[in-house]
Write a protein that binds this ligand. Structure first.
Ligand SMILES: [Fe+2]
Length: 237
């Protein structure tokens, strides 16, 4: 499987604290069937100002360790951008980090509470620049919980929806689990990811995938964890 969302890079955000923790998470990923993973540390202005150079440097260090330990997993670069106006500056200055450096897909984080007013503008600018936004875990957002159709308009405009595997097995509570199930059953979900911050998340991801298979069938879930992410990884413009 391909995991499009993880915080495996040590010391860059609230994910892995050190290289040992990074390796622990990666080992669990391999154990639970992930063979490709996007390292997507948070980007939040003034809190996590991660740049592509440091992301690539950490990936290189980890890849060395993975080789030494004979773990079968490939790591690609990425970032998870908090939905805030600074994204528009990053686009303007060519500083936006795309998934696997493909210049096409951008992972965006919605806050848990309100959908920020700037969201529409950010999505519009990304789409008009030929970039495809992927919205991470909308099932955890209060407005989407109240009205799952909120994501429908985004999808109609070309935005992709990603849910967390852990959401489907109750990691964030019953309300979020039900919300994730709705996004899955309604056909709004493009991808399921682990959003790993610790070595427990790969297991949750695996369990979430199994739960999704029960809900919508193996073929659709295979698209969400293999075929769709493969398309994203192989796109480069
Ligand atoms: Fe995340």
């Amino acid at each position: 499987m391909i995991d499009l969302h993880s915080h495996i890079l040590f010391g860059l955000d609230d994910g892995a604290r050190d290289i040992d923790e990074s390796i622990k998470i990666i080992k669990k990923m391999a154990e639970y069937g992930i063979n490709k993973v996007i390292a997507s540390p948070h980007f939040m202005e003034g809190v996590y100002n991660n740049k592509i150079e440091i992301i690539k440097e950490r990936i290189m260090i980890l890849q060395e360790s993975i080789k030494r330990e004979d773990i079968d997993i490939e790591i690609f670069s990425g970032a998870e951008f908090y939905m805030e106006l600074v994204i528009l500056d990053l686009i303007k200055n060519n500083d936006i980090i795309t998934i696997a450096d493909g210049n096409r897909y951008v992972l965006l984080e919605l806050p848990m509470g309100q959908i920020p007013i700037c969201s529409e503008k950010i999505l519009f600018v990304l789409l008009t620049k030929g970039l495809i936004p992927i919205i991470a875990h909308p099932e955890r957002n209060h407005e989407v919980i109240k009205d799952p159709k909120r994501v429908k308009e985004w999808i109609d405009n070309g935005v992709l929806i990603q849910i967390n595997g852990g959401s489907l097995v109750g990691r964030y509570g019953t309300t979020v689990r039900k919300s994730a199930e709705r996004l899955l059953i309604e056909g709004y979900t493009y991808n399921i990811a682990s959003d790993s911050h610790s070595d427990y998340h790969p297991y949750l991801f695996y369990k979430g995938v199994k739960r999704a298979e029960k809900l919508i069938g193996k073929e659709d879930v295979d698209n969400m964890v293999n075929k769709n992410p493969e398309k994203i990884l192989s796109t480069s413009v």
